[in-house]
Design a protein around this ligand. Structure first.
Ligand SMILES: [Zn+2]
Ligand SMILES: [Zn+2]
Length: 313
């Protein structure tokens, strides 16, 4: 049974027959077994050599990148990690379900890892710090170590109290399966009913499923790696977080990472109008529509702090 454990864990993320503590005590090294999902994801992009491309497949790839980047930033990060706004229990459940479509595991695992990052930014226990274990480890390596796989439910008691969220987190395989089914189904439907678009099920699966998801994956990982190396710090946060316009474009506003490390619970990460933050604009729209509420603001004291740093008074 122990041999089958990694396979069972593909289906049930909370399956740890030896106990979670034993897994967390494993050495922090790359494991090929844990790297398999990432290898499959990247190799899937090579399918483009067989399926080719079409304007509609590329457009769906781009649209799924943008929409799902909002799910990562506006839902996983700004809601589940930082509770920067309020949502009803139903909306919260739907948000967690949509978040699974990003293929970045469940909201609770994501939130637990990220809250730990904020509590120990760039310290030796930070699981993805370029300062500690290098750029590549901070970008992707840390996810290939079993010790970072279990969800640390003790860090997220406010989320663990909802059994429906724990269920989605446990069976996060729902996400990639849904993406594969929906993209293939869309391509096959268009192939049948709109042949002039010149696409197919396999082509849409490669572009909408694999390529879009790989781009989304690396765009997100850039915040763990690049945003702690590249850009300019506005606040002295004691870590290596930086602000970067380019990263803000790629990640719909998350590139203002030093701002975010200074004040984490704000719904906006671009603190000024010229710091582009499409995630925040979308959250404002959702609030106007009554879907979410109580967007948290940046306190005046944080703005004053910046003026003191710049002007020295
Ligand atoms: Zn950070
Ligand atoms: Zn954060």
């Amino acid at each position: 049974m122990r041999v089958l454990s990694p396979l069972i864990r593909f289906i049930d993320s909370d399956y740890f027959p030896r106990g979670i503590e034993a897994t967390r005590a494993m050495p922090e090294t790359m494991e090929w077994g844990r790297a398999i999902p990432f290898i499959i994801l990247h190799l899937g992009c090579l399918g483009v050599l067989w399926v080719g491309w079409s304007p509609i497949a590329v457009a769906v790839c781009a649209a799924l990148y943008v929409v799902r980047m909002f799910f990562v930033t506006g839902i996983y990060h700004r809601y589940f990690c930082h509770k920067s706004y309020k949502a009803s229990r139903t909306v919260q459940f739907l948000f967690a379900l949509l978040g699974l479509l990003c293929v970045q595991r469940g909201a609770l695992w994501w939130a637990a890892v990220h809250r730990h990052h904020h509590a120990h930014s760039d310290e030796d226990v930070d699981v993805h710090s370029p300062r500690q274990k290098g750029f590549l480890w901070a970008h992707i390596g840390w996810m290939t170590s079993s010790r970072n796989f279990p969800t640390d439910y003790s860090l997220i008691p406010d989320l663990t109290k909802f059994p429906e969220l724990v269920f989605l987190n446990r069976f996060d395989l729902i996400g990639p399966l849904l993406v594969a089914l929906l993209t293939y189904g869309l391509g096959a439907t268009l192939h049948r009913y709109a042949p002039s678009l010149d696409t197919s099920g396999p082509q849409m699966l490669v572009w909408g499923g694999f390529i879009s998801t790989v781009l989304l994956f690396h765009g997100t990982c850039c915040i763990n790696s690049m945003a702690h190396v590249w850009g300019t710090p506005r606040y002295d946060t004691g870590d290596d977080s930086r602000n970067s316009f380019l990263l803000a474009i790629i990640t719909l506003g998350e590139g203002w990472h030093n701002n975010h490390h200074r004040y984490q619970s704000s719904a906006r990460q671009g603190f000024y109008w010229w710091e582009i933050d499409p995630t925040y604009y979308t959250l404002r729209l959702l609030a106007m529509l009554g879907i979410i509420s109580n967007l948290k603001r940046v306190p005046e004291s944080v703005y004053r702090e910046e003026k003191r740093l710049v002007h020295g008074n």
